[in-house]
Design a protein around this ligand. Sequence first.
Ligand SMILES: NC(=O)C1=CN([C@@H]2O[C@H](COP(=O)(O)OP(=O)(O)OC[C@H]3O[C@@H](n4cnc5c(N)ncnc54)[C@H](O)[C@@H]3O)[C@@H](O)[C@H]2O)C=CC1
Ligand SMILES: O=C(O)CCC(=O)C(=O)O
Length: 313
Amino acid sequence: MKIVVTELIWEEGLEILRELGEVVYDQTLWKSDNLAEIIKDADALIVRNQTKVTKALMGQAPNLKVVGRLGVGLDNIDVAAAKEAGIKVVFARNANAISVAEYVFSAMFSFSRPLEKASQDVKQGNWNRKLFTREEIYGKTLGLVGVGEIGARLASRAKAFGMKVIGYDPFLPPYELACTDIGVSMTSLETVLAEADYISLHVPLNDKTRNLINKERLATMKKTSYIINTARGGVINEEDLYEAVKAQIIAGAALDVLEKEPPTGNKLLELDNIIVTPHIAGLTEEAQVRTSELVARECAKVLCGQGSMCIVR
Ligand SMILES: NC(=O)C1=CN([C@@H]2O[C@H](COP(=O)(O)OP(=O)(O)OC[C@H]3O[C@@H](n4cnc5c(N)ncnc54)[C@H](O)[C@@H]3O)[C@@H](O)[C@H]2O)C=CC1
Ligand SMILES: O=C(O)CCC(=O)C(=O)O
């Protein structure tokens, strides 16, 4: 077997893969002009979010049986083309959901209790107690757009903090509306946007969600509300978000993801009320060990002809 890994993977995953055969691992391979040549005799291709797994690329690899995604979002993989070619796509269902939920808390607290800003201010010689008097998140409303693995974990944690949680997810099957068990009141997108103090996006990027949050929808949010995007850059129209934050139509935003990563000349980076991080919401040691092990195991199952729990249908 030949397994090609084009982006960062943890050692725990590599150990499993090495038991299957030859592992070609280079975390810069995703941008190599030679990738097609390198995978031409590969049985498995393992990627994160930067490798563009196109129909043309897969077409160069006649032995390819499985594409493993070290994460959840599949927007960089042509899943339909893989299916057509009989190539399985497996992903790390659940593995980074807790980390992303915790990141969203960190973002909410960055707005409600900005410790780092306050600390910097003190180190500059100030003692601005009034300036840093802010708000509790207790009693505030968290609005979820997408109530899947991450949304559900975020909801249960938000309830523990005494927040009201409302959610919009038209694709949630009725049996999973047991979401109400974790205290999410399911409602329309309009209500989530109009009522939430913090709006957190947890949808995949696809034709239906691209630019889901645009000028018209931003205008329906509370002036005091914040939006947190750990989903994908394209889910918010960045030009519209820039205008909305600049004109104080909303209070601010925390963005872990951008349309172009890393950004070049992105105006959002100029605004004080926008926090930007380098796509790290799922990047914790725990999540990455889980992700690497899970994807390596699920790829191994496909290669060994056993059923995988994480195949994208
Ligand atoms: N920043 C980061 O490090 C990470 C980002 N992500 C992103 O977060 C997304 C969500 O992850 P999970 O919660 O694990 O996925 P998931 O598949 O468990 O949940 C997604 C939910 O979105 C819902 N949904 C789909 N289209 C929708 C629409 N048009 N409107 C409202 N709801 C819709 C689905 O019904 C599903 O319940 C991923 O697709 C990925 O893009 C995921 C993990 C880490
Ligand atoms: O692939 C990564 O490192 C980022 C995680 C992510 O965005 C995902 O799981 O969808």
